[in-house]
Design a protein around this ligand. Structure first.
Ligand SMILES: [Zn+2]
Length: 446
């Protein structure tokens, strides 16, 4: 059977307009909160029993082309009527009882399907994608004498649709195909089918497993809020420690701190730690890596901090060799704990710096430097494929918000999404540990 035929079995998915825009570029961090809000509103329409986000948004892709929703409703007509007449809708592209598509004022299309409660699992699986993952599942179904589409997984009798095998939940369908459940973030054809067959998929880091955040900027440099406000907000967000990592002196545009101001900040953090209960503030810094790979803060000042993060904020265009050597030299400094936003990319705005990432991963392992997964929606750096690769070198990671105000701790979910897309489990991530364990790890470098 050719790929094309398989695609036809997974009915129309190749031509499906809801799937065609997947390479488009609205940021995950802009789209997901909006989609959650939309779901909440639609869930309150009378008759709605269930509604979930599908598509690349459910897979937590860094950018998305549209919003796909799948619902179960006792009154599909009234749900669709509400959907096409929402205030954000600028154009109705399709209005039916099982499917409607609207164009929203934020520039995105939103596609809502209403399916029967029985086939919710198969519909969710089908509309979550990725396309290639769906095709692979179809192929397995065919090999087992079954057919898979958005209505369910069926036995085949002489080429005709036979008895229903599974459709209520995604898990049932994976089970029937002889696979363990594959999380949406992994459905990208990066080896997940093989691993699911052999039952070697690791349990992914959960969205609730972070205890701390290692990159937070306060109003001492270019952040908007005080250390006190940040600590209180972090605690409300469920964290039990944060590291204050203001910029250092070479970053003059960000009012970077010199040794003297770091010392002064340290005394304030001591006072705040005495005052607060349930949240610990770690003394950190986001130290600039200079052009030659040296750091812009004295060794004595660095050795007094709980956590030293290092970053490239200049000379993005060095040759691959120079950039790699520069970063590795900085990583080899005995006080350095974390390499922040390792590739320096800004999604849709700045490419990754040219560097030999495999060498960087080797150095991270050698010098015991944690690699950051920066969760700021415009960065998501390291990105999914790099995370997956770095893991093979036995690297340790952190997921940090790079907060510049007290609201930004909500970014952590996007970093966790990328970590999951990079196949990470809790053990791979330092800030899933308690503050006591973290201090022990960090202090090995002091
Ligand atoms: Zn930075």
């Amino acid at each position: 059977m050719t790929n094309r035929e398989i695609a036809c079995v997974f009915r129309g998915i190749v031509k499906d307009p809801s799937m065609k825009n997947e390479s488009s570029c609205a940021l995950l961090g802009d789209t997901l909160p909006f989609a959650h809000h939309l779901c909440q509103r639609l869930a309150s329409v009378p008759g709605v029993k269930k509604i979930e986000i599908a598509g690349s948004l459910r897979r937590m892709k860094e950018t998305v082309g549209d919003i796909d929703l799948v619902a179960v409703s006792a009154k599909p007509e009234s749900l669709m009527k509400y959907f096409v007449s929402m205030s954000e809708v600028v154009q109705v592209q399709e209005h039916g009882t099982t499917r409607s598509i609207v164009h929203l004022s934020n520039g995105l299309d939103c596609d809502l399907r209403v399916v029967s409660a029985e086939s919710f699992g198969s519909a969710l699986l089908y509309f979550t994608g990725s396309k290639e993952h769906g095709i692979a599942l179809c192929k397995i179904a065919n090999e087992k004498g079954m057919t898979l589409n958005e209505y369910g997984l069926y036995k085949e009798n002489d080429g005709k649709k036979g008895a229903m095998v599974a459709n209520k939940t995604e898990k049932e369908i994976y089970d029937a195909l002889g696979l363990v459940y594959i999380e949406p973030e992994l459905r990208e054809m990066t080896g997940e089918i093989e691993s699911a067959k052999q039952n070697t998929l690791q349990r992914l880091v959960s969205y609730k497993s972070l205890h701390g955040d290692f990159q937070v900027q306060s109003d001492w440099s270019d952040g908007e809020d005080s250390i006190e406000e940040l600590a209180m907000s972090a605690q409300r967000a469920g964290l039990s420690y944060i590291a204050i990592t203001d910029h250092t002196k070479s970053l003059t545009v960000a009012n970077g701190l010199d040794e003297k101001r770091l010392e002064k900040q340290s005394r304030l953090i001591d006072r705040l730690n005495k005052k607060f209960h349930g949240i610990t503030i770690l003394k950190g810094s986001e130290v600039d890596i200079l052009k030659d790979g040296s750091l812009d803060i004295s060794d004595t000042a660095l050795s007094r901090l709980d956590l030293v993060g290092i970053s490239v904020h200049s000379y993005f265009n060095l040759s691959k060799d120079e950039q790699t050597k520069r970063i590795i030299k900085a990583m080899s400094h005995p006080s350095v704990n974390i390499l922040f936003h390792p590739t320096t990319r800004r999604i849709n705005r700045r490419e990754e710096c040219d560097m030999d990432l495999d060498e960087i991963y080797k150095a991270a392992k050698k010098y015991n430097v944690v690699l950051e997964i920066n969760a700021s929606p415009s960065r998501l750096d390291l990105k999914d494929v790099h995370i997956h690769r770095a893991q093979e070198y036995g690297c340790m990671f952190s997921i940090d918000s790079d907060a510049h105000n007290a609201e930004h701790f909500s970014f952590l979910q996007y970093g966790i999404g990328q970590a999951r897309r990079g196949w990470l489990s809790e053990e791979n991530i330092l800030n899933t540990r308690t503050v006591k364990e973290v201090k022990k790890v960090l202090s090995k470098k002091r």
